[in-house]
Design a protein around this ligand. Structure first.
Ligand code: DLL
Length: 433
């Protein structure tokens, strides 16, 4: 099934025309309503009249995560606060989150693109869908929620955690769809086995998995363990959240909703467009959003684009799997974590040295996260209760800043390896698995 055949199956020529019209309108909007954009364009010597077709997009300056931090919290809005009806956020490198404001129209667009995704997965108004992405500032929960409501399905707003209850409701409510991170899905798959309830008693058929990179191997595991078809769901906070792209029944690339989010692939260092089909950094321009449109946003995600028509009939461009990111952001249990966030917490606590190591692993299909940190000589003590209190305090502070609770290990002064050049702050053992 296709949710919006007109848009999803449009000829390439018509799509480019439409993208040009929408881009022009968006450029006018940001130029007149958003000071930082106007300044940037003036510095480049361009005005909205320079943008006539989609090909002119390369004349525009890039935006990056840094811009979102520099203009925190509302400096990049192109609508007055009176028109903003939702604020969502994701972690940034400085401890300050990245904030996105949505107008009513933007939320409608989010519902529309989300509906395209869940329809492509074969779900519809008769289906119960369990949303086990986190609800809150993270776009996963509310984004998938809006998508399921738009197609008329019955949403279980479960959020993440509370595994036993997840299994119970999935069973008792007859969930056909499950939306969560692939790693959490694997964890749930094991919990489902442990529950002792025969798999035939579950109605689960479809998984909508994303928010972190996952492989074909992981897909196979998930499909076998859960007896479902596991589909990719792609998105990022800055652009809208989940719904930027989705797989179809052929599971052969992630269709992008390019009538709303115009994609380009550029060389991660030079920013120059790469030849068609080649791997590079994905860049998006939102061409219909009002609240916080972003032009040429550097996602740091590495992938390639395929413009050939898919067997499903959709003409929308397909993105290959995200190979990774060209920055230092870790995604642990679907949550974005930057080493510098951990550092900022460590530096606030007087008993600690700023020498630390993040050890990330995947054990029993669930990400583990350990923070090793050195004690200052003066505070290092044999008193167990003192050490336990301090560990608790650090873990609590890290949970507040990161939104995820690491296992904190206090280590002896000078025990973490020093470096002559760049410090190695992260050991990500998942890469070798
Ligand atoms: O993760 C939005 C989302 C929620 C997408 C639920 C899908 C499902 P952020 O927290 O801003 O937003 O993280 C965005 O996560 O730039 C990618 O690096 C990564 N990512 C998201 N989806 C996928 C995916 C949400 N399907 C960042 N495959 C992105 C690989 C993904 N990486």
């Amino acid at each position: 099934m296709i949710w919006n055949e007109t848009m999803e199956c449009m000829s390439r020529e018509d799509m480019r025309k439409l993208q040009g019209i929408r881009l022009k309108k968006t450029v006018e909007r940001v130029y007149h309503n958003c000071e930082p954009y106007r300044k940037r364009m003036q510095e480049k010597g361009i005005t909205p009249t320079d943008i006539q077709t989609i090909d002119d997009i390369v004349k525009l300056p890039f935006t990056s995560k840094k811009d979102l931090r520099d203009y925190y919290p509302f400096g990049l809005l192109s609508s007055p606060m009176s028109e903003i009806v939702r604020l969502q956020a994701s972690s940034g490198t400085t401890g300050k989150p990245i904030v996105v404001g949505y107008t009513r129209n933007d939320l409608n667009i989010w519902g529309e693109v989300g509906a395209r995704c869940f329809t492509a997965y074969g779900l519809g108004k008769n289906d119960v869908v369990q949303v086990s992405y986190g609800y809150g500032l993270f776009t996963g929960g509310l984004g998938a929620h809006g998508a399921v409501e738009t197609i008329g399905g019955a949403v279980i707003p479960m959020s993440s955690g509370n595994t036993e209850k997840q299994i119970m409701l999935m069973h008792d409510f007859g969930a056909v769809g499950l939306a969560c991170t692939p790693s959490y899905a694997l964890y749930l798959a094991d919990a489902l086995l442990d529950s002792g309830i025969p798999r035939e008693e579950f109605k689960l058929k479809v998984g909508a998995f994303g928010a972190e990179p996952w492989t074909e191997g992981m897909r196979k595991e998930l499909e076998e363990k859960l007896g479902i078809k596991a589909y990719d769901l792609y998105g990022l906070t800055e652009i809208i959240g989940p719904g930027v792209g989705h797989e179809c029944q052929h599971q052969n690339g992630t269709h992008l909703c390019e009538d709303h989010f115009y994609p380009e692939i550029v060389h991660p260092e030079t920013g120059e467009p790469v030849p068609p089909g080649e791997m590079g950094e994905l860049v998006f321009s939102t061409i219909t959003k009002d609240g916080m449109p972003l032009l040429r946003f550097r996602t740091r995600d590495l992938t390639s684009l395929d413009y050939s028509v898919c067997t499903c009939g959709r003409t929308s461009v397909r993105m290959g799997r995200i190979l990774g990111r060209c920055d230092d952001m870790l995604i642990i249990r679907g949550v974005n974590v930057f080493p510098s966030q951990v550092e900022s917490v460590i530096c606030e606590i007087p008993q600690l040295e700023p020498h630390y190591l993040l050890i990330v692993d995947r054990i029993n299909n669930l990400d583990t996260f350990e923070v090793q940190v050195e004690m200052k000589e003066d505070f290092y003590s044999d008193e167990v209760s003192k050490m336990l209190d301090l560990r608790k305090q650090i873990a609590h502070r890290l949970q507040n800043v990161l939104g995820i609770s690491p296992d904190v290990k206090l280590v002896e002064p000078r025990s973490i390896e020093r470096s002559q050049g760049k410090a190695k702050r992260v050991i990500d053992k998942r890469i070798f698995k």
